[in-house]
Design a protein around this ligand. Structure first.
Ligand SMILES: [Zn+2]
Length: 196
């Protein structure tokens, strides 16, 4: 597998956040283990259109990045996507609402020059970790209240930790470059080097 890098194949901001923990050579790597790494991830999410420039600027207004708090949130989200039964949905939604209450959101509408539509942009009251958790919680609530949750899937590579929304219903791997080709070459190897 390639060296861990930021990814945006989750199809949802909150899943991209979950995917900041990756498995690499048998070890679990946290890609946002420092404040500068969190800011780097936010920059990447903005570049990929997963957060808007307004959100990015708001989040950077406060430079308090409570890493254990972010890590705990990420752990809770992972636990939830592993088992999103109706009871867990209720618990998780309550957890998101509570998390969001520490930096409530206000909403603004901006023109999107790419889609030529108007976008609803949730802006947290303050930036830093609390603001980020509010933006992520809102994204999580959207995931719960749309069809996306039913399509959340773990990568078929058993050693990969990635989650994504399987929009086509046919997607097996987080990305073709990492897990997809790896599984294919493994099968190719098995075919031409059969065991007894
Ligand atoms: Zn994968």
């Amino acid at each position: 597998m390639k060296k861990p890098i930021f990814t945006d194949f989750g199809e949802r901001l909150i899943l991209n956040f979950v995917n900041t923990v990756q498995s690499f050579r048998g070890k679990t790597i946290d890609l946002i283990d420092s404040p500068s790494a969190v800011i780097g991830w936010l920059g990447y999410m903005e570049q990929r259109g997963q957060i808007s420039s307004m959100q990015y600027e708001r989040l950077l207004e406060d430079n308090s990045w409570d890493l254990p708090l972010l890590g705990e949130f990420r752990r809770r989200v992972r636990e939830f996507v592993e088992d999103s039964s109706p009871t867990n949905i209720l618990h998780f939604a309550a957890y998101l609402a509570e998390t969001m209450s520490h930096s409530p959101l206000t909403f603004t509408v901006v023109a999107n020059p790419k889609t030529l539509h108007w976008d609803l942009v949730p802006l947290p009251q303050c930036g830093g970790a609390l603001g980020l958790l509010s933006v992520l919680s809102y994204n999580g609530m959207q995931m719960i209240t749309t069809d996306a949750l039913k399509r959340v899937k773990k990568c078929d590579n058993p050693t990969c930790l990635a989650y994504f929304v399987n929009n086509s219903g046919k997607r097996k791997w987080c990305s073709m470059e990492t897990c997809g080709n790896r599984r294919k070459s493994f099968r190719h190897y098995q075919r031409y080097h059969p065991r007894n």
